[in-house]
Design a protein around this ligand. Structure first.
Ligand code: GDP
Length: 292
């Protein structure tokens, strides 16, 4: 069963983003480097139209570097500006974004007014972390109270550089079933929108196909990567549950607990650096989704 996620207040966000965009010079679109295709919201492309956009693959420290390189090449071929990989908690690269934004809007009107930048991205992709990282230096320097900065929607990074957070919530838009599972696995959709066991099984399917050695290294199941790759996914989930003590009285596996354990391990990077989708896979899913 596919995951559905249509929060009712999406239209309000659409309105507020449209309103805010009137004054914005550059849009930073934060994507999750572990699911770049699925974490993009097609609505954002519609809303932002011709505004200069900087795509950022955040959480690159949790993503598979080889697949990140594939995605970067793909964005390079698809868009004028390409994409930048980032770990939002890392100060130096985050501050390079400021220069990248300036480079994207060299001809803005007037030149006297500050550059105005909007950060957009689905929940949990790292917007607050990035904003905190970017503003830390200034806060430390000026002794600003964190509370004040937090409640303001606009953050003055430099005298001529203003940053805004997404007004409202830019919820993910699930257009293919695979994306629903990837978004749920990453923690971007509310917990009551999905069944953890189903999501964990789907996640394990991806990991079996591309990261079987990482599964063995994490869970020490005593199997070869080939054996892990060939296991039915529910058997693999059971084996992980048994190994990690997710067992009920009577010796039955607590599948719910095992599923939560796998999801937590994926989200924290404990299984290793993983990217759930490649550009060709994502394109194929889109094509198949459209054909339905
Ligand atoms: P927001 O909902 O978009 O504002 O996301 P947050 O900034 O609250 O981040 C969600 C979670 O992801 C938090 O636990 C962050 O610590 C974590 N996070 C954000 N950016 C990164 C990153 O680049 N790398 C890693 N490893 N974790 C990150």
């Amino acid at each position: 069963m596919a995951i559905q996620w249509f929060p009712g207040h999406m239209h309000l966000t659409q309105k507020t983003i449209t309103e805010r965009l009137k004054d914005i010079d550059v849009v930073i679109e934060l994507l999750d480097a572990r699911l770049p295709g699925s974490s993009a919201n097609p609505l954002l492309a519609q809303l932002t139209g011709s505004k200069p956009k900087l795509k950022v693959l955040n959480k690159q420290d949790l993503a598979d570097p080889e697949r990140t390189a594939l995605w970067l090449a793909w964005y390079q071929a698809q868009t004028a500006t390409g994409a930048i990989p980032l770990d939002a908690s890392d100060t130096a690269p985050a501050r390079k974004l400021i220069d990248a934004c300036r480079a994207l809007a060299p001809l803005r009107r007037g030149m006297q007014r500050p550059l105005r930048v909007l950060i957009c991205g689905i929940p949990n992709v790292g917007k607050s972390t990035l904003i905190n990282t970017l503003s830390a230096k200034r806060q430390a320097k000026t002794g600003d109270e964190a509370g004040v900065t937090k409640i303001e929607q606009r953050i003055t990074l430099e005298d001529d550089f203003y940053l805004w957070d997404t007004p409202g919530m830019l919820w993910p838009r699930i257009i293919v079933p695979e994306s629903g599972f990837h978004l749920a696995a990453s923690g971007a959709v509310g917990r009551n929108a999905y069944d953890e066991e189903l999501v964990a099984l789907e996640l394990l399917g991806r990991l079996q196909a591309a990261y079987a050695p990482l599964l063995e290294a994490r869970y020490r199941l005593g199997s070869t990567p080939e054996q892990i790759a060939a296991m039915p996914d529910h058997e693999l989930l059971d084996a992980i549950g048994r190994k990690r003590g997710a067992v009920m009285s009577g010796g039955r596996i607590n599948v719910q607990k095992a599923a939560e354990l796998v999801l937590t391990d994926f989200r924290s990077g404990a299984i290793g650096r993983i990217t759930l989708e490649t550009p060709p896979q994502f394109e194929a899913w889109l094509k198949a989704g459209k054909a339905v």
